[in-house]
Design a protein around this ligand. Structure first.
Ligand code: SF4
Length: 478
């Protein structure tokens, strides 16, 4: 995944810092509550939402079951329409393909459509290392790029910034990237949007190469689909001479008929709109209209391995609507950066460890970044049972990761104590008699510290429950 996220601390460590940031928490709470309420209203308008959700789930599952077939069908259709298809096993290969294509055009800058796949592979950083500047054109991505920041939400990458902070970023950084912000820029949304529009227009008109992702790839015709709200994406997709699209292999769907389902599920789940403002579709190249050269880079980067896992593969159904982020109590408090990947929130907690593997401390911590409350499953438009995958991944972490041997030893000790009632009674009495001396927190060492550091010990009662029961309920009554 992205080099920009490499070396980030494990979730508990990162969350400890972010939860102390009151401004961040206020921004997040305001934004997520607003979006979630609107989404609930938009979904509530449809009587057949449950059937649509089931249809979305089944289309994705059936496609994943024959993924090889649909990918080859899509490849043939793209080629027949004048496009070129490249297969990338991992991030490094995908980045190399894109950089080579840009070099081949003799260009040193590209405009970009907002894309999770290119964030996942760290494309901007890889291009920069090759002397190529990538300009983000989605408004929120632009804010993140100008602020030298990282995205913290799938749909609203700058959700952690308020209007005043955005004004300051524009005023300070726009001049270094191109056209400066107007003098006396205010924090009114219309003024901020106008400043971004003027700044970006220059880029759209100059760029010869654009890079995009895609929300869907329709196998029967090799058509790619991008849905967006601003129209900036469409400018990128139509104005430059060359278009390069980096698309995860799970984005393929069999037919246009299937697209009908997702174009209903996605906008209501993500932006609470009945239909999204801009839906762009393109198939290969067309004479004298739009880009005259088209390259599709099909990205694996851990997806085949995820597909092989019977429980975990459902994460590949995700259509990146971000509804699960907006209802997650952990995301709301910790913020997106704590997840150490472009995929934050509940979907990030199951997708990142599967795409990257569970070896490092960060990935092994992510399946625990949840209360398992199930709110994410309730809102997911393709019914991904995120809690089920979280528990499944926790099982793998407990099996694989050294630190969790301590947990197993603690469970063994507890089992022995519960099997020996006399010892348990003695331990309970000793604990209640010495309760005045107990610390508020257990100062445990090593891996157990992560648990004890964030939990207060409950106050012990003056006598153990079983002693109280004997004294007060001698006749066994309730
Ligand atoms: S997991 Fe479901 S709710 Fe979350 S982003 Fe993906 S599709 Fe949306």
């Amino acid at each position: 995944m992205s080099g920009a996220y490499l070396g980030m601390p494990a979730f508990p460590e990162a969350a400890k810092t972010s939860t102390k940031n009151e401004q961040l928490r206020a921004n997040l709470t305001h934004a997520t509550h607003t979006i979630r309420d609107k989404r609930a209203a938009a979904v509530g308008e449809l009587d057949d939402w449950a059937q649509l959700r089931q249809a979305g789930k089944e289309i994705k599952d059936n496609t994943l079951a024959r993924l090889d077939h649909y990918l080859l069908q899509a490849e043939a259709a793209v080629q027949a329409a004048g496009g070129t298809v490249h297969w990338a096993t991992d991030a490094a290969e995908a980045n190399r393909i894109v950089a080579d294509l840009v070099h081949a055009k003799g260009e040193s800058e590209v405009v970009k459509v907002k894309s999770m796949a290119t964030q996942e592979i760290g494309l901007n950083e890889a291009l920069a290392a090759e002397g190529i500047t990538a300009y983000e054109t989605d408004l929120a991505e632009l804010i993140v790029q100008l602020g030298d920041d990282l995205p913290s939400h799938i749909l609203v990458p700058a959700i952690h910034k308020n209007r005043g902070e955005i004004r300051d970023i524009f005023a300070e950084a726009m001049g270094r990237w191109g056209r400066p912000a107007p003098d006396g820029l205010t924090d009114r949304p219309a003024d901020l949007a106008e400043a971004a529009r003027l700044h970006l227009r220059e880029k759209f008109l100059r760029a010869k190469v654009a890079v995009s992702g895609a929300n869907f790839l329709i196998a029967e015709t090799g058509t790619l689909v991008v849905v967006e709200s601003e129209g900036n994406g469409r400018m990128c997709l139509t104005l430059p001479e060359t278009l390069i699209s980096v698309v995860g292999i799970e984005k393929v769907i069999p037919t246009w008929r299937d697209l009908e389902v997702f174009l209903q599920l996605l906008p209501r789940s993500s932006t609470a709109e009945r239909m999204n403002p801009y839906t762009s579709t393109w198939t290969g190249t067309t004479d004298r209209d739009g880009p005259q050269e088209f390259h599709l880079v099909l990205l694996d980067n851990g997806r085949t391995a995820t597909l092989a896992d019977e429980v975990g593969r459902q994460a590949l159904r995700c259509i990146r609507c971000s509804a699960c982020l907006n209802v997650c109590p952990v995301y709301e408090r910790a913020g997106g950066h704590a997840y150490g990947s472009p995929y934050p929130g509940p979907i990030g907690a199951i997708l990142t460890p599967q795409l990257r593997g569970l070896q490092s401390e960060l990935e092994a911590s992510l399946p625990y970044a949840s209360t398992l409350c199930g709110a994410c499953y309730e809102v997911c438009p393709v019914a991904i049972d995120i809690p089920e995958v979280l528990v499944h991944l926790r099982e793998q972490v407990a099996e694989q990761v050294e630190g969790h041997r301590v947990e197993r030893a603690a469970m063994k000790a507890a089992t022995w104590l519960l099997d020996h009632p006399a010892a348990l009674t003695a331990a309970e009495r000793a604990a209640t008699r010495t309760r005045a001396l107990h610390p508020k927190r257990l100062p445990l060492p090593g891996p157990a510290k992560a648990w004890s550091d964030t939990r207060d010990l409950p106050a012990l009662p003056a006598e153990p429950f079983r002693d109280w029961w004997k004294k007060n309920r001698k006749d066994g009554s309730r």
